[in-house]
Write a protein that binds this ligand. Structure first.
Ligand SMILES: *[C@@H]1O[C@H](CO)[C@@H](O)[C@H](O)[C@H]1NC(C)=O
Ligand SMILES: *[C@@H]1O[C@H](CO)[C@@H](O)[C@H](O)[C@H]1NC(C)=O
Length: 505
């Protein structure tokens, strides 16, 4: 008895030692070995509404830390205005709880002598302090001195996406608007069913004319175009943007119409842009939009191991298959926590598939391991946000797609399921019994987001799209009489660098 207690005590002592050493080793970052990277470290080259960079904690044995680092780093970003006052810079830190942090900051002035200082216990981390010699601008500055191709280089954008090349190939890389413009207008000027805007960029000014009864969504296409126009001299361009849910240029129509749309389909020839949700999330990062690719990662409550092994879903009744999901969950309540939040399309079936439940904060979706990217009227635009949250995404097959689906690999980044969900239960059960594999796929999905869908990538995609368009237009670009000039929202004074100099390219 006595001996046993002693043994137990001793064992406890060793366990204590073991764990405390372990804890020291794996949670305390080493300043020099920790890593810092991201576009926010070159704010003079990459002007964004919110600049951002990443910190990965690395311990003294050069192993990546995998637990929360919230309190470990002191980050100061400062600079001087042209009047020699402290710059107004607002920053915030998102803890991914996996040993890495996202640092975001917004710049409200034209600043010089900017220093980004990152310290751990008074020691500079990685290459900190990062000193920026050139002036840096607020995103609202209208300083388009660079050419679009120069901007693509400066931002170190990836190669032109295959999706863009494929989309333009459909038109043999030749667009003659003098032929196509009247045909598009006569085919699609259906005010009650089509919302379409015709845009011209001429001398780096934006002009538009919209067709349709509901064209309020032009604010989304306007804002990304105006943002690019503030950053670069865009070649003269002409194009049409579809503001509706469904792709317009159907393959069974008499002509192929090059129309930009937010959603693609295997049955249409539309040229895909990143969705307005993803684009707006990039433009309004740290602004009025709460939900973006970065905030999702910084607001999850728990990492994979602590998440409940159920499929969580909330949404409205915009697709028959969503009702089937409710039926399925009643058969297998141990696998699902799903409900409809609104009845509109199938109002008369609320008795069967209701009751509807309250809205749940998107961040709380990630209290659960499994997510479902099920179509509504078209592709579920929440797909990138679901991938960002680090849960395992199940994706029903669909003819609809977003700009990045072509780069996603089934069973690597997500789990494919049948459109009618008939194999969903089987696949959830697979995930439950293969937790490690499921976790790896979930992590791959999140990694994909960080390498392809962050605000910088969304800007790059739009730049490539416009740049490629400029190469294929064979007609002259002229403003039409009935077009309206779209002005920048604010006209803030910025003395742009090299305003009188020619672009170096
Ligand atoms: C730490 O590991 C990284 C790879 O993750 C390697 O590039 C680096 O050279 C290592 N540093 C030291 C000091 O061992
Ligand atoms: C379903 O999820 C919500 C939100 O997380 C939670 O409040 C509710 O208790 C869950 N229901 C069940 C049956 O677990």
């Amino acid at each position: 008895m006595q001996i046993n207690r002693k043994k137990a005590k001793l064992k406890h002592f060793f366990t204590f030692l073991f764990f405390s050493f372990n804890a020291v080793d794996s949670t305390i970052p080493n300043a020099k070995l920790s890593k810092v990277w991201g576009p926010g470290l070159v704010p003079h080259n990459i002007v964004m509404p919110a600049r951002y960079f990443f910190i990965q904690g690395v311990d003294e044995h050069n192993n990546s830390i995998s637990s929360s680092l919230e309190k470990e780093f002191d980050i100061i970003i400062e600079g001087k205005t042209e009047q020699d006052k402290p710059c107004r810079i607002w920053s915030n830190i998102l803890d991914r709880k996996d040993g890495s942090l996202i640092v975001r900051y917004k710049v409200y002035d034209t600043c010089s002598s900017v220093i980004i200082s990152i310290k751990h216990k008074n020691q500079h981390v990685a290459e900190s302090p990062y000193k920026i010699d050139e002036k840096i601008y607020s995103d609202e500055c209208n300083c388009p001195q660079k050419s679009l191709t120069h901007l693509l280089d400066l931002w170190e954008c990836p190669e032109i996406p295959k999706q863009i090349l494929n989309d333009f190939n459909v038109f043999d890389n030749k667009i003659n608007w003098n032929e196509l413009r009247p045909k598009i207008v006569s085919q699609f000027d259906k005010p009650h069913s089509v919302s379409l805007c015709h845009y011209i960029i001429k001398n780096n000014k934006l002009y538009r004319k919209c067709y349709g009864k509901y064209v309020g969504f032009h604010m989304f296409s306007d804002s990304i175009l105006l943002s690019l126009i503030r950053k670069a001299t865009i070649p003269d361009l002409e194009f049409f943007v579809n503001l509706g849910d469904w792709p317009l240029s159907l393959k069974d129509m008499p002509e192929k119409y090059p129309i930009f749309s937010w959603c693609g389909s295997t049955e249409s020839n539309d040229i895909i842009m990143p969705t307005y949700e993803l684009t707006e999330a990039s433009l309004e990062n740290m602004g009025r939009v709460m939900l973006d690719m970065l905030s999702v990662q910084g607001n999850v409550e728990a990492l994979w191991d602590k998440r409940e092994a159920k499929l969580f879903w909330r949404g409205r009744d915009s697709n028959r298959h969503r009702l089937n999901l409710i039926s399925l969950s009643r058969e297998f309540p141990e696998l699902f926590n799903v409900s409809l939040t609104n009845f509109f399309f199938y109002r008369d079936e609320e008795d069967v598939y209701g009751p509807k439940t309250d809205h749940v904060s998107f961040f709380r979706f990630f209290d659960y391991k499994y997510q479902l990217a099920i179509d509504g009227t078209v592709a579920a635009y929440r797909m990138p946000f679901l991938l960002a949250g680090g849960s395992l995404v199940f994706k029903p097959q669909s003819k609809y797609y977003e700009h990045f689906y072509g780069d996603l690999e089934a069973n690597t980044h997500y789990i494919p399921v049948k459109t009618d969900l008939s194999d969903l239960v089987e696949k959830i059960n697979w995930a439950k019994s293969h937790d490690n594999e499921a976790k790896v796929i979930a992590q791959n999905g999140q990694k994909f987001v960080n390498e392809n869908l962050l605000p910088k990538h969304i800007f790059c995609y739009h730049m490539h799209l416009l740049n490629q368009l400029s190469k294929v237009i064979v007609s002259e670009v002229n403003i039409l009489n009935d077009m309206e000039l779209v002005n920048q929202k604010k006209d803030i004074p910025c003395s742009c660098l090299g305003a009188n100099q020619k672009d170096e390219l």
